[in-house]
Design a protein around this ligand. Sequence first.
Ligand SMILES: Nc1ncnc2c1ncn2[C@@H]1O[C@H](COP(=O)(O)OP(=O)(O)O)[C@@H](O)[C@H]1O
Ligand SMILES: [Mg+2]
Length: 199
Amino acid sequence: MSGSATRHELRKAFRDKRLSLSPEQQNQAGLQLVEQYQQHAIFKGTRNIAIYLSFNGELNTRALIDYLWSAGCKVFVPILHPFCAGHLLFQEFTAHSQMRLNSFGIAEPKLDVRYLCPIQDLDVIFTPLVAFDIKGNRLGMGGGFYDRTLASLQSSSNETSPILTGLAHDIQLSPHLPTEAWDIPLPYILTPNKLYSFT
Ligand SMILES: Nc1ncnc2c1ncn2[C@@H]1O[C@H](COP(=O)(O)OP(=O)(O)O)[C@@H](O)[C@H]1O
Ligand SMILES: [Mg+2]
């Protein structure tokens, strides 16, 4: 990939890479992700965890979600904000959640305000991504949803802020990503093989 590739070209190339993984490779990656999660001290003692339901070749989170439930954590997943366009809310996800497909065809729990978690009360936010670079820059699907939703954390950054961690296959590492002013970089990226720390 040349240094001058556009964000659009990079998204396409890295989405195709992700989609070329076999179901077996995806399952294996999801299991290794659990081992990685268990190994790293930064996640010790965390209770309220935002994560996503995998879509379009994203690193499979199913095994990690099962592990988090078994460990007594509360698991939250993003839902499209009903009236604040381009923003996400995080709602608790359980084995009994009633689900729907949103306008992108992605599964999300039906909105129930009783089960929403304000982002500053989350201990960890695991974000999906299309590509990342060695500085923690994140290229998403192109909607800017996480950039908008996490922007408020930047200004109120303190010790109790959620640990922002991208989840990715190792093949999603790009030598260099072009960035824009609104992009929220990630201090951590967890892959099936290692934790990158950019703090
Ligand atoms: N904090 C923000 N406020 C307003 N618009 C935003 C914000 N963050 C992103 N956007 C808009 O979202 C669009 C997609 O953002 P981009 O960073 O390219 O996507 P992604 O992060 O999903 O890769 C951009 O056109 C940008 O203008
Ligand atoms: Mg962005």
